[in-house]
Each structure stands twice: as C-alpha cells, then as structure tokens.
Design a protein around this ligand. Structure first.
Ligand code: AQP
Length: 391
C-alpha cells in the first residue's frame, strides 16, 4: 500500500513556492570521485546467483547522527539511491533493537528514533525509491536472528571487538575473564548475529558502511556461508561497500572515531548543529602547537582529521589541501573547515527542521509504509529459510 501524502497535508520535502510541486533534492557538494558511476557487481563467489543488487544498511538511534555517520554512511546511501539502476532494491533501517544492547531511557529512545528517521529523509533518502523503516517494526529480523544463532560461531563472536569496547575492556579480553563475564549481556554479545539477520533477511548483496563495521560484515558473510553450507544456497554473500570517508575522527580525541555516545558533545558535529555551533566546535577542536599545516595522520591526528573532513567535502586530496594551507595559520584552516561544513549541511538542517515540524503525520506514514514493504521483503526470505529447514 502506498500512502498518499496529499491526504496528510503538505509533504515537508515538497516546494511550497507555488512554482509547481517538485521534490527538493539535497544540494550537497560531493567529491568528484564519487560521481564516477560504478555498477554494483552481483556475482559473488558463493551463494545463489542474483539478478539485481539489493542494498541494505542501518543506523542506530543512539543520538542525532553526526558528521561521521554522514560522511561514512548516509551520504553514500543517498548516492547509491540516486545512481541505482531501476531493478536495484534499497532498504535503510533505523536499527532500534541494536540500540538496546546498552541500557536506554524509553523516552529518550523514542525521541532518538524519530530524530534518526527524520535525518535519513533530510539527507535525501527518498521513500519513493528506498524502503526506510524501523527494525523493530519487522519481527522477521529477530526471527531470523534466532535461526542464525543456531549456526553462528561462539568462538568468532568472542573475538569480535564491539562488546569489549562498549564495556571498556581491553581488546584481548575473552570470555575466560571473570570481569568480562560479569558485565557482558547476551544481547551485546550476540549483536553481530542480529546484524547478520538484518542484512540476510533482505538477501542483501551490498552493505554500505563505515570502516568500523567491516568486522561485522565479515561475520555476516561467514554466517551466511555456514547457513548455506548446511541448508542450501539461500543467502547471497553480502559485500561491504566502504565509504571513502572510512573513519571520521573525534574533534576532541582525534585518535578515536567520532561517536554519538562520546560524553563530550564538542567531540562531534551533529547534522542538526547551526552554522555558529559548527564553527565553534571546529575552533576548539584538539590540534597541536606546530606552526605549519601538514597532513600526517600518525603524528598530527587533529590537524589531519580537519584536512580529511575538508577533502571529503571539496573532492581534493589531503596532500593538496595541506600544501595549499602550508603557510597559513591553523586558525584560518579551522575557519575554512567550519564554514565549509556549515554550508554543506545547511540544506540538511533546514529539511530536518521542516520534517520534525510537520504536523500532518508525514514521518509516521513513511515509517508505516516502509515497515510494510520491509516485512513483505522479509517474508519472502523467511519462506525460503523455513522450507529449507523443514519448518
Ligand atoms: N566516525 C565515523 N566515521 C565514519 N563512519 C562512521 N559511522 C559511525 N561513526 C563513523 C558509520 O555510520 C553508520 C551508522 O553507525 P551506527 O550509528 O549504527 O553505529 P556506530 O558505528 O556505533 O556509530 P556511533 O556514532 O559510534 O554510535 P554509538 O556511539 O552509539 O556507538 C555505520 O555504517 C558506521 O560505520
């Protein structure tokens, strides 16, 4: 069922200028490299043969998405959507069940879910082209998770880094450590199995993510192969599609990635920050006391992070930016970075405000319609899975 937006008053993504009803496209500068059309390869070494690509990705509603989420994932989702061939299926999810792997306040989570959904629309995902949905509205994700957990390897899960980093345990922590066992909850430990289910339930062929998700994607591939080996060729083996902005770093701790849950709000730029907030955050970003500008991520992570961010918006290499600014002051580099980010995010912020301010039920309608479409996609896979397993 497609929801008629006309029934629900103004679509906040449509012009109200009186010059015709057109959908606003995001006017976001993209590096020229990104415009090289790359067709997605659907032939995988194992798994069933697939005619058209299926693209799936998700974002946790653990805060308003930030510049790292945008450059590392969301911008790429929009690019893939806008360049997709007609047969390509695109699904993007607010993975709210993943957010529960650490304790959440119900009221706060409710607000973050909506904010994250509005952000996906604001960055340019188009519900007419992409299925956008809350993970928790499609029970088949968790149903498949149970099935996959019967083939998922405990040893593999115990070597993964996410549960250790969320519990602030050392990378070499293992299930033999009593401290780890005391703190660890099953949901956090088995998070990658749910992620594998998210991807495989839609028989996704491509998963656009930031570099930090590569390990989880490998686990999904491994689990899909294990299942196929036991029950037949059901799941295509999904490929990671890593963004050129592999890892945007924290403004306050530039050796760690920018993150929604870092306690210092100045460590991240939110997609909803005003121009002056963005400029202030960039101004106080941690750098060093060297006089000249140079690009050296190992020894000068703070300055190099700013140069990298600029390069993602301007489409020129970090070395080119570094030589252009070589004799300039750090202050002028920061000013330029702040202005560039603010200008590039301006349209997103405005659309976000329109969507959140809409009282016509637009967001709820898109979410309901997306949930129905995702459930239909998931049902097709569950039928195959159940048949293969004798259920
Ligand atoms: N700093 C980053 N640089 C590049 N890509 C990033 N991503 C996240 N941070 C960066 C990519 O954004 C997508 C959605 O991520 P997520 O919200 O589902 O989970 P996350 O990676 O755990 O993000 P956060 O911001 O660090 O959230 P919290 O603090 O809640 O853990 C993914 O594709 C991710 O690669």
């Amino acid at each position: 069922m497609r929801v008629s937006l006309a029934r629900h008053g103004a679509n906040p993504l449509r012009s109200t200028s009186g010059k015709g009803n057109f959908t606003l496209r995001p006017g976001i500068a993209q590096p020229s490299k990104w415009h090289q059309q790359r067709s997605l390869n659907t032939s995988t070494s194992s798994g069933p043969s697939v005619k058209d690509p299926v693209i799936f990705s998700g974002i946790q509603p653990t805060g308003v998405p930030h510049l790292g989420n945008y450059l590392g994932a969301l911008r790429q989702w929009v690019k893939l959507q806008d360049e997709a061939s007609p047969g390509t299926k695109l699904l993007f999810s607010i993975v709210d069940l993943h957010a529960l792997t650490v304790p959440q306040d119900a009221k706060q989570l409710r607000a973050w879910r909506r904010e994250a959904f509005a952000t996906l629309l604001a960055v340019g995902l188009d519900p007419k082209r992409s299925t956008i949905f809350y993970q928790s509205s499609v029970p088949a994700h968790t149903e498949l998770m149970w099935i996959l957990s019967t083939v998922a390897s405990m040893g593999y899960l115990s070597r993964m880094t996410q549960w250790k980093s969320k519990l602030q345990l050392p990378e070499d922590a293992s299930l033999d450590d009593s401290e780890a066992r005391a703190q660890l909850r099953l949901g956090l430990f088995s998070y990658p199995v749910l992620q594998a289910a998210d991807i495989l339930i839609h028989r996704a062929t491509h998963v656009p993510v930031g570099e930090d998700q590569r390990q989880h994607l490998e686990f999904s591939r491994y689990t899909a192969n294990s299942f196929n080996h036991l029950y037949g060729n059901i799941f295509p083996i999904p490929e990671a599609h890593i963004s050129p902005a592999k890892r945007v770093m924290s403004l306050k701790e530039p050796t760690s990635k920018m993150s929604k849950s870092h306690p210092d709000p100045k460590s991240r730029i939110l997609l909803t920050d005003s121009a002056s907030e963005i400029q202030k955050k960039v101004k106080v970003a941690l750098t060093d006391s060297e006089a000249k500008i140079s690009y050296d991520p190992t020894n000068r992570p703070g300055v190099s992070n700013l140069i990298e961010i600029l390069s993602h918006f301007e489409g020129v290499s970090c070395q080119e930016i570094a030589s252009e600014y070589e004799s300039a002051s750090l202050r002028s580099l920061k000013e330029h970075v702040g202005v560039r980010i603010a200008d590039s995010l301006k349209d997103i912020r405005e659309r976000y405000g329109q969507i959140m301010g809409d009282r016509g039920g637009y967001l709820d309608d898109v979410a309901r319609e997306g949930g129905e479409a995702a459930q239909a996609s998931a049902d097709l896979t569950m039928k195959k899975v159940k048949k293969a397993m004798g259920l």
